[in-house]
Ligand binder design. Sequence first.
Ligand code: ZN
Length: 659
Amino acid sequence: MKSRWDDAEAADFPGSLGERVYSSRLLGGDPSLVMHGGGNTSVKLRRTDLWQAEEDLLYVKVSGYDLATIDATGFTALRLAHLRALARLDRLSDAAMARELRVAAVDPDRPAPSVEAILHAVLPHRYVDHTHAGAALVLANTPSGEEHVHRAYGDLAIVVPYVRSGFELARLCARLANERLTEATIGLVLLNHGLVSFGETARECYERMIALVARAEDYLAEHGVDEPALAVSDPAGHRPPGRELAQLRGRISAAAGFPVIVRRDNDPLGVSFARRPDLETLSQAGPATPDHAIRTKRVPLLGRDVEGYAAAYRDYFQAYARRHPGPPLTMLDPAPRVVLDTALGLCTVGRAAADAEAAADIYKHTIELILRATELERWQPLPPEEIFAVEYWAAEQAKLKLDRQPPEFAGEVLVVTGAASGIGRACGAEFLARGAAVCGLDVNPGITGAFTGPDFLGVECDVTSADAVAAALESCALRFGGVDMLVLSAGIFPSSRRIGELGLDEWRRTFAVNTDACLLLMRLAAPFLELAPRGGRVVVVASKNVPAPGPGAAAYSASKAAVTQLARVAALEWGGAGIRVNTLHPNAVFDTGIWTDEVIAARAAQYGLTPAEYRTRNVLGVEVTSGDVAALAAAMCGATFAKTTGAQVPVDGGNDRVI
Ligand code: ZN
């Protein structure tokens, strides 16, 4: 491990707080040091208060901020004297500590500081960094952990036995620092938890952290422990595993009591670990540090016995909840967050795609640590009661915002066609805003970047090709665990042509996209839709041309009428499997790809209207947007339409030829 400090880069972050931001980002940018909001940093500064008196403040990371992207607003200022006085108390409950940290804040409106704020305060140095460096966790998570750590660090660091984060840890660190701090000390090793470094400048503090990590790495190298070797093998086998994953997701969602995203990881590390003969011994001992249990649960599920896992989780809860001090605890859902399966490899679970990704990152890191500890000696993490204490610690649960009402489609998956533009794109945006994971298909290569973030997967796909559609659905299933909702929006609108001039080629091309592709999507998605935790839903975007065809649009009107009939038959055939199929008939939605100015002018001319009159030519006299159509599509997939199938609903401002 090498220092990445760069004076030229650091110059862009002037001042003591600026340098604090810069070196925090250096730490946050290295996943072997911190992951997903972990770790915290601080700087002690003297400031003048409202009465011109000087006071010493601790600027410490706000809880939940990610060090990789932190800026000055990610730190909150607390009165140092108050924090140090707290460390002298004999005990302080979690609730009392949270309150005292608010009392110590210079600005009480700022969000809560890291739970390690008091630890940062009690160390005398100006800068303090705290990470969860993997190499140090490897040493500690072995039967002779403490001995390895002492031998590796000598006088360089004070070794702190494991106690839970917060007040207890701060008080212990204050006492040990008081007793053992020497000129040679550059940090603390928090056993089974991480590292703390300190220094007078941001650079000194950061480079001491790097030195502490390097010391653990050197110790491992001296003991013949290298980077874990990977047995590379074909994870998928011959059968596409998408539907198996969807079946597993159905059972995990049932155990959780809500729909979840399940993601298969394609890193060979997960597959080779899942196939190890000693997998049970290695994987069932526990996590690298108790913090991780919030994302990964204490142990992964091996194989696919979800119900057995849930029963064991209930036993674990009952065994330790009884001994837990304070008011009675409510059990978290008993579903696994990490699955290791010989065929599927490493799969991770989350309420949203980002949670499943975080669990994957953490568990892959854990696998490396387990393998290195096994080479050194044997993987022996903290016992279950310590993991339980953190898993059920109110402050830790608050990090996951468990009390927040999840969005409407949390944990559910939408596939939408024609998603690069127009109604399809609007549907993508609408369902993402309602919490769904969205897989957007489009023949336009721009689809891959149509939306950003972990909830979106864009697949370039010609929906008239059965192979391309099957491959796209498989990618979606491997990324998110299945398909719950299907919005069929891809369509073409050929230029106006009377039947006398309508060629068979144009007729067939229109049907290929507007009708045949819908059959392919529906047929190939059905095996996934029937596994949807809340029942599958299909929305067909047809047209007002179905009930009210127009001259010059024979191919379009006929293709949309055909797909409407297809949807009605699907509603009949799939009702027994709990799949709802509804059709919406938009009209005059002009913010879409097919409505060029040329097409609008041609259509308007058919009726002897100006383009402006044509746009709002409906009973309500309003313009209908693709967003209006997307909102109806989402409603059709939601609770309002829970008991509706086979319906056709217009979204057209009212059409006097149909009402
Ligand atoms: Zn920590």
